[in-house]
Each structure stands twice: as structure tokens, then as C-alpha cells.
Design a protein around this ligand. Structure first.
Ligand code: PMP
Ligand code: GLN
Length: 387
């Protein structure tokens, strides 16, 4: 039997696949993987249908269709005052997942160190490894999950090539403040580092918190690739249309890698996402308002259990500390949960190198319909969750 390549050694099956399979097998309510249970705007679906019927079914240009690149550039200008040339400063990717892969393959040589916020989105771990890079996590520590600028500075060595940032941050729900972003910018500028910033939850920010794109800080545009995705912005996670933006030279490098991953991304869906960006900007504001209510609903329900709840500032997710229930290990808790309560959640330790920092943390998704959240809470409250 053929043996697998060494690059797969130590790369686990993604926890999202594992836990969603567990939800299917057990019939549990899935508060694990972050996908909404209601699709995005009908007009956007109709635009995709029209594109399918009108013969927009052959390869798109690798860089993305012109209408979508123009719509992405217009979005960045409208929301953040970022001036992009759609011809050179935007590349469409097959979800942000491909943007992450292409950016890391484009910029990281074997042995290069990548400083990454921990807990980290799990594809970062795999793609840093595939690129031959070495990850240097900087931990956002519970319970506040803030960035410590001294820990960031201490992670930099003469082999550091790139900072991989994520704000709003999955899984903690932290939205990096201007001061935290400035600390990142200071380090990047001082050490002349490239930055890849994953901002897929850019619009999903609650209360008076504000998403500030890292690329808008002084000196940062020239060294930053920004990633986003229609999956989170418009509740079409299954469409896998994302994008990378930044200065032409960096975008060209991302495209240089992307062309050998997928060559190009789904043509009719690009037409639909261009329509979404241009014509449905109200969607993500409404989504954020409704998500904030569902965040409050889930947090209030979790607070009825014997767990510490950290109310998130953005994203789809709330993180809890389950130690008071007698579980030092969130993974064991999550694996027992379907049988105990008929609910699935995600053990956040999958996103840590520093197990001590994350062992006890469990992530719950609230991008679900209110009655699904209610049913989940009812099950949790009725169950005996103590170890
Ligand atoms: N980055 C983060 C932080 C995510 O949570 C996700 C999941 N949506 C992705 C990237 C992947 O995005 P996509 O589904 O567009 O590939
Ligand atoms: N981003 C989603 C989450 O964090 C899941 C995406 C995936 O399953 N790869 O739950």
C-alpha cells in the first residue's frame, strides 16, 4: 500500500469534519461547525440561477471575473476608504481557505517562521506546515482573549517572515482594538514583515465594537494581504467564493500560487457574489443585528449551566470554560456531549499549541435559528453535564 507523504504526518482530520459527522451520527443539534442554517439573500440565489442559465458556466479568469473584482474594490473603498485597482489589487479565491493556502504558499519558504495568533483557525496549521514554515503562536489568553504586545514582540526572530492575523477572531470572538492592531503594525514595520490578515467576519461585529482592517494602519497597506469571503458576509458558506486584496505585487504572488491550486473559482457564483456586494449591502447589517440577538440568547442559556461564558465581540462563536462542571479537558467534554445532551460543540484545544492555555475551552456557534438555539439550550439545561 502506498504510504502517505510526510507532510500529512501530524495533520489531523479537521475538527469541523469530525464534530459535524458526530452530530449526523447521533442526531445531535450542531452548535459546532460555523455555518448558518438560513441562506443569504434570495436575489443573490436568483442571480446565480440566471448566470447558470445564461451560459456563464466555463472557466472564469484565474484572477476572478471583472464585475466581482470591481465589486470587491468598491466594497473596500465604501467601508474602509481603501483604494484598490480591480485589475491588479484583487484576486478571487475558492473561499478564504484557498486564500490562506495561496498566501502561505506564495510567501513562506521552508524554515521561515510564521507568527500566528493562538487559538488559530485550523487551516493555518495545515498550510503553514504544507509550505514548510514553522509556526510561532502568540496566545490570546483566556478569559479576556486580548493580544499582549510583549508576547508578540517576543515571538519575532530573525527567521520571522510573516504575521498571520485574524480579526474578528475565530474562535474567541475578540475584535482586535486599534491599540492591538497598532502593536501588530509596529512590529511589522520595525521588522519589515509581510502580513496576511483573515477578516472573513469583518461585518459580524456587535455592540459598539468596530472592525478595523489592518491594512488601513499607517505603513501597513504595502505589506498586507487581506482575506475575506462571501461565505460569512452573505451566508453562503457552501459557495466557497472569497478574495484576497492588497498591493499589486503581493496580489500577483497570491495569484501565482492560486493558479496552481484551483486555477479559477466558480463562474456563476462570482456573478452572484458581485451582485450581492453591489446590491445587498444591507444584508450583513441585518445579519449582524440578528446574530447579536442570537449571541445573547446562547450566552444567556450557557450562563444557566455551570460554565464561564466569555461574551464575544464579533463572529459566530462564543467560548466557555467548562472546568467548573468538573471537566479539565474540553475535548473529553465535547465527545461526551452528544450522548449526554444531544448537542455538539467544538473543543477549542484543537486550535492551540499551548494545551494548557486551551484545554478547558469549548466553542459554541450561534449562527443558528433561534428555535434551534432554544432547543440546544433546553437539552443542555435538562442534561447532567457534570463529569
Ligand atoms: N478563516 C476563518 C477565521 C474562518 O472561520 C473560516 C471559516 N469560514 C475561513 C477562514 C474559511 O472561509 P471559507 O469558508 O470562505 O473558505
Ligand atoms: N469556519 C467554520 C468554523 O470555524 C467552519 C469552516 C470549516 O468547516 N472548515 O466553524
Amino acid at each position: 500500500m502506498a504510504s502517505t507523504a510526510k507532510r500529512l504526518d501530524g495533520i489531523p482530520t479537521t475538527i469541523f469534519t469530525e464534530m459535524s459527522a458526530l452530530a449526523m451520527q447521533t442526531g445531535a443539534i450542531n452548535l459546532g461547525q460555523g455555518f448558518p442554517d438560513v441562506d443569504g439573500p434570495g436575489s443573490v440565489v436568483e442571480r446565480a440561477v440566471t448566470a447558470l442559465r445564461a451560459g456563464e458556466n466555463q472557466y472564469a479568469p484565474g484572477i476572478g471575473t471583472q464585475p466581482l473584482r470591481e465589486a470587491i474594490a468598491a466594497h473596500q473603498a465604501r467601508h474602509y476608504g481603501i483604494d484598490l485597482d480591480p485589475a491588479t489589487d484583487v484576486v478571487v479565491t475558492t473561499g478564504a481557505t484557498e486564500g490562506i493556502a495561496a498566501a502561505l504558499l506564495a510567501f513562506v519558504d521552508p524554515g521561515d517562521e510564521v507568527v500566528v495568533l493562538e487559538p488559530y483557525y485550523d487551516s493555518y496549521l495545515a498550510m503553514i506546515a504544507f509550505a514548510g514554515g514553522v509556526r510561532r503562536p502568540v496566545t490570546l489568553r483566556a478569559p479576556g482573549f486580548r493580544l499582549d504586545p510583549d508576547e508578540l514582540k517576543a515571538a519575532i526572530t530573525d527567521r520571522t517572515k510573516l504575521l498571520l492575523i485574524n480579526t474578528p477572531h475565530n474562535p474567541t470572538g475578540s475584535v482586535l482594538t486599534r491599540d492591538e492592531l497598532q502593536a501588530i503594525a509596529d512590529v511589522a514595520n520595525e521588522h519589515d514583515l509581510l502580513v496576511v490578515t483573515d477578516e472573513v467576519y469583518e461585518h459580524l461585529v456587535f455592540d459598539d465594537h468596530e472592525h478595523i482592517p489592518l491594512a488601513t494602519l499607517p505603513g501597513m497597506f504595502e505589506r498586507t494581504v487581506t482575506l475575506s469571503s462571501a461565505g460569512k458576509m452573505f451566508s453562503f458558506t457552501g459557495w466557497k467564493i472569497g478574495w484576497a486584496t492588497g498591493p499589486a505585487e503581493l496580489v500577483r504572488a497570491v495569484l501565482g500560487a492560486k493558479q496552481w491550486l484551483s486555477f479559477s473559482s466558480g463562474t456563476p457564483l462570482q456573478a452572484a457574489v458581485a451582485h450581492a456586494l453591489d446590491e445587498e449591502p444591507g444584508f450583513y447589517d441585518d445579519l449582524t443585528r440578528s446574530l447579536q440577538g442570537r449571541r445573547d440568547q446562547l450566552c444567556a442559556g450557557l450562563a444557566e449551566l455551570d460554565v464561564d461564558v466569555r461574551v464575544p465581540e464579533g463572529t459566530y462563536f462564543v467560548t466557555t470554560d467548562v472546568r467548573r462542571l468538573g471537566w479539565p479537558d474540553g475535548d473529553a467534554f465535547c465527545r461526551a456531549l452528544p450522548e449526554r445532551a444531544g448537542v455538539v460543540a467544538i473543543p477549542a484545544q484543537a486550535f492551540y499549541d499551548d494545551l494548557e492555555a486551551g484545554r478547558h475551552l469549548v466553542r459554541w456557534a450561534f449562527c443558528k435559528e433561534p428555535d434551534v438555539i432554544t432547543a440546544g439550550i433546553d437539552r443542555l439545561v435538562a442534561a447532567d453535564l457534570h463529569a
